[in-house]
Design a protein around this ligand. Structure first.
Ligand SMILES: [Mg+2]
Length: 333
């Protein structure tokens, strides 16, 4: 008997081994944000799938069916953004308990349809099944990217700079506000709750990075920088030094952490669900990068640190250095 795999990433690696190597037209198989297939017109077809499980990823105590519909598409679009791609089509598998009203399933559909229209995506198929233990949603999204522009997790090189497209820890802080019923001023709490309920896939930034060739590696933040940067490191065969003082932790996130006696940096590094883009860029392109984002009307990316030789993600702070590789969210951990 083979030894059982360890944790979510060990399971994925063991499964990938069972499935074997993909055929030649598959430009990217298991191990990136999307699979990519060569398409005759010089594009790659991007293909991604994400599942949301009631009581694992969400609860109806904090999320309406309509919000859930929009979010189930948004988390998939974030993976298309993470390749520099443009989303086109979606398929939905909806598992719904018999004792939950179907009117709520229609509300879910309304939220998904509104998000699809907003992002120019067509829902073209799927499946509906009974799911006695709770709602289970799987959305598949297909997208396109010019083959030469596609950005992967592999490609980061020592001395490349590490950037993120927006603040860290907001969604995690928002979820904590909802779960713990924290008392915070409305203007502090609202944007954090919004970040959890209504994530915004960074499609424009992804396309900009791919089209301008300003990035060497790209991933979206679903599990937290500590895990997602480590994915870039492992795919690229490099290490990373993060400077704690540079991490964009909004005051609201720090306020939530204070109330719960948590370290704000833990929310920023391990919280997950930020759905910002994390990318690496050659050091001599930093000025061009800020200029390109500004010209596109996008907020300036924030520099977090530097790619180094090695294999670990290291957090550099006044308290000393610490290895944080893979310490973000992990199913089965
Ligand atoms: Mg991803």
């Amino acid at each position: 008997m083979t030894r059982p795999p360890h944790g979510e990433f060990g399971l994925i690696a063991a499964l990938a081994e069972q499935f074997g190597a993909p055929p030649v037209e598959v430009r990217l198989g298991i191990g990136d944000d999307c699979a990519a297939l060569a398409w005759p017109d010089g594009h790659c077809l991007l293909w991604t799938m994400d599942t949301l499980v009631e009581e694992v990823h969400f609860t109806f105590a904090y999320l309406t069916p309509r919000q859930l519909g929009a979010k189930s598409l948004a988390v998939n679009l974030s993976d298309i953004a993470a390749m520099g791609g443009e989303p086109r089509y979606a398929l939905l598998s909806l598992g719904w308990p018999k004792d939950r009203p179907l009117s709520e399933a229609l509300e879910f559909g309304r939220g998904l349809a509104e998000a699809a229209r907003h992002y120019g995506v067509k829902v073209i198929g799927g499946d509906t099944v009974a799911s006695p233990p709770g709602v289970v949603i799987t959305v598949t999204v297909l997208g396109k990217v010019p083959e030469g522009e596609m950005l992967r997790r592999a490609g980061a090189r020592p001395h490349d700079l590490i950037f993120v497209t927006g603040p860290l820890g907001e969604a995690a802080a928002g979820l904590l506000i909802l779960q713990r019923g924290l008392a915070l001023e409305q203007e502090v709490a609202a944007p954090l709750i919004q970040a959890h309920v209504n994530p915004r896939p960074q499609l424009a930034a992804g396309r900009l990075l791919a089209g301008s060739r300003l990035a060497t590696a790209l991933i979206d933040l679903s599990d937290g920088v500590a895990s997602d940067l480590w994915h870039i490191c492992r795919a690229s065969g490099v290490g990373a030094d993060l400077e704690a003082r540079r991490l964009p932790v909004p005051p609201g996130v720090a306020a939530v952490a204070r109330q719960l006696h948590l370290a704000p940096l833990d929310l920023a590094l391990k919280g997950g669900e930020d759905y910002q883009l994390l990318f690496t860029s050659p050091p001599d392109r930093e000025a061009s990068l800020y200029q390109a984002f500004s010209q596109a009307g996008l907020g300036a990316p924030v520099r977090l640190g530097e790619i180094v030789a090695g294999a670990e993600v290291r957090l550099i702070s006044a308290d000393g250095d610490k290895i944080i590789s893979g310490t973000g969210y992990n199913h089965f951990a």
